[in-house]
Ligand binder design. Structure first.
Ligand code: DC
Length: 225
């Protein structure tokens, strides 16, 4: 059974998808990390995010690979493991722009479809149920209010911050989240939207475990149909 989980930034997709995959004993594929690796390449090359021809040319030449080490996904960019460099605000902002590029998407969608052909997956992203795995047995649209997502991101930032590091306000984080949602939902190529037949799960007032349990319950319902 393939499970597709889509939704906006900060809804908890990766934490939840990872747990669901562990319980079901299948591979978790984080597609956002692939778009982030492509964005990291653009940053390293000093490419202007508005220069779509340069983005296309760089993406055509880029070699993005996925490996699993101790069950954890590692992303290789031109053979180098860049997994540790992907979760910064600069990379997220660049990824939101470069992921709108058709060539970037064509290349990464192909890689994602190849992974799902080899093995059962829980795959999360923005277009998994709509484009990458439209035939996935279970499709989830996982969302939460922008306030709830900003509060979670804020707590995460506080926990990870170095002493004396400036921490953005919840309002500032919420504004960035809404900007990114807008870009992801209004782009021409594969905009974020709920796939046909997807189950809507709103995690605003749910714990991580409650969301995981709800998704596992949906998987059971689908299997028993
Ligand atoms: O889920 P994330 O924050 O790691 O995703 C980073 C960016 O990549 C985000 O702006 C949306 C984009 N993305 C996408 O367009 N399609 C996907 N399947 C996954 C992510």
């Amino acid at each position: 059974m393939n499970i597709a989980i889509d939704g906006p930034a900060g809804a908890g997709k990766s934490t939840i998808a990872r747990r669901v995959a562990a319980v079901r004993g299948v591979v978790y594929v984080d597609t956002g990390a692939m778009y982030r690796a492509m964005a990291l390449l653009m940053i390293k090359k000093g490419i202007d995010p508005q220069d779509s021809a340069a983005i296309e040319a760089a993406s055509e030449k880029a070699d993005i690979g996925i490996e699993y080490r101790d069950g954890e996904q590692r992303v290789l960019l031109n053979g180098e493991d860049v997994t540790g460099e992907l979760r910064t605000e600069a990379v997220a902002a660049m990824a939101s722009t470069t992921s709108a590029n058709a060539e970037v998407r064509r290349k990464l969608v192909l890689l994602q479809q190849e992974l799902a052909k080899k093995t059962d997956v829980v795959m999360d992203g923005r277009d998994i149920g709509t484009v990458v795995l439209p035939d996935a047995e279970v499709k989830i649209y996982l969302t939460a209010s922008s306030r709830a997502r900003a509060e979670r991101r804020y707590l995460e930032t506080v926990q990870k911050a170095a002493p004396g590091e400036e921490i953005p306000s919840i309002e500032e984080i919420s504004r960035k989240i809404e900007e990114r949602d807008y870009q992801d939902m209004h782009r021409e190529n594969s905009p974020l939207r709920k796939a046909e037949g997807a189950y809507l799960v709103d995690s605003s007032d749910m714990t991580i475990q409650e969301v995981v349990d709800r998704i596992l319950e949906i998987c059971e319902e689908v299997s028993n149909k």
